[in-house]
Design a protein. Structure first.
Length: 204
């Protein structure tokens, strides 16, 4: 485990193991262990020190029937692990921006004030930037839904040659069930057996 990628994974796993028991999958009464995808975001400093900033576990999202307009933003539609990790990271960055803007003596380990010559009309009010030589990496224990998982499906085939599209399947060019026609990328895929409609494309 000498590569940077391996060390990032190790740091994220170590942070997960340090969480309290209530935050982890546990054995059921039949002694069957629960498993759920894990995602995390870590930063690598100039000294190669790795810090895990966010963690997320999950693999579902709410159906449209549960996310009506009455939700008014108080319901989290999508709790896939990678989405939770990204949302938490965005929240962290916003908190860092707030600290920098409100406290003149605060020094963020992640962000910095942009120099005057860096702020252009295109950037507008983007007053903060990521510190130079700081690297950000994301880890997912499983490939996220969508094209990323399709690539793995293709690699697992004895013959990865794309399947020819039939006349009956051409009508589903913009929406496919399951992992059929896995060579088609950029397609919304609906999970077989789901009777309800989902509003989150990532879960299709």
């Amino acid at each position: 485990m000498n590569t940077l990628e391996d060390r990032v994974v190790s740091a994220i796993h170590e942070k997960f193991r340090a969480l309290p028991t209530k935050s982890k999958p546990r054995a059921s009464t039949s002694d069957v262990h629960e498993w759920v995808p894990l995602s995390g975001i870590a930063v690598i400093g100039e000294d190669d020190r790795i810090t895990c900033l966010t963690l997320g576990t999950g693999m579902k999202c709410l159906p449209a029937s549960k996310t009506s307009l009455l939700a008014s933003g108080i319901v989290l539609h999508d709790w896939h692990a990678e989405i939770l990790a990204i949302r938490a990271f965005n929240h962290f960055l916003l908190q860092e921006c707030r600290q920098l803007a409100s406290c003149a003596n605060y020094t963020s380990p992640i962000l910095r004030w942009r120099e005057v010559h860096e702020v252009s009309e295109v950037q507008g009010l983007q007053q903060f930037g990521v510190r130079e030589r700081l690297r950000i990496m994301m880890y997912c224990s499983e490939a996220p839904c969508g094209d990323a998982s399709m690539e793995l499906v293709m690699e697992a085939q004895e013959d990865p040659t794309p399947w020819p599209m039939t006349a009956s399947s051409e009508g589903f060019a913009s929406s496919l069930l399951g992992r059929g026609s896995f060579s088609q990328l950029g397609i919304v895929r609906r999970k077989p057996g789901k009777h309800h409609h989902l509003v989150d494309i990532v879960c299709y």
